[in-house]
Design a protein around this ligand. Structure first.
Ligand code: DQA
Length: 144
């Protein structure tokens, strides 16, 4: 099984960015933890981060054929990228949407996700653990 991990805009700043919201774990630490869980599950990962919506769409299009599914933290794209929604649907890529924070406990504009209703699952509010729960969930879904 091959799973893509996609980190959206500003997630490179993890560890430095609003630590009261996102904590002190860096993105490379998140990726390391994902790598070790992937080893346990026997899953291959392909990891991608971009601050640019179009680059994420291009990456998904280029990689979709080789992936069984995607764990994605769409970051700010969550709340408005119809392009990302259309790409995930158009490529028939099962995906889990993850968030470090709990968007429902924040500003009202974060309550809306344009992806959640077409996701295989959504995990939010567990800090970096959300990614690991998302990977476990997607692996279980794809295995069943
Ligand atoms: C986020 C939540 C989004 O609202 C925000 O734009 C992010 C990060 C999260 O992981 O909690 O960049 O996706």
């Amino acid at each position: 099984m091959r799973i893509g991990i996609v980190h959206g805009p500003n997630l490179r700043l993890l560890g430095r960015r609003e630590p009261e919201v996102y904590g002190s774990t860096s993105l490379s630490e998140v990726d390391l933890a994902l790598g070790s869980l992937a080893g346990e599950l026997g899953v291959e990962l392909e990891v991608f981060q971009s601050n640019h919506e179009g680059e994420i769409l291009d990456w998904l299009e280029a990689r979709a054929g080789g992936l069984d599914g995607v764990v994605i933290n769409p970051a700010a794209l969550t709340h408005g990228s119809i392009g990302l929604r259309d790409a995930l649907l158009g490529l028939s890529l099962p995906f889990v949407e993850v968030h470090i924070s709990n968007p429902h406990a924040r500003e009202p504009f974060r309550k809306e996700s344009v992806l959640a209703d077409v996701a295989s699952g959504v995990v939010f509010g567990f800090g970096p653990e959300s990614y690991l729960l998302g990977l476990r969930g997607l692996h279980a879904r794809l295995s069943s």
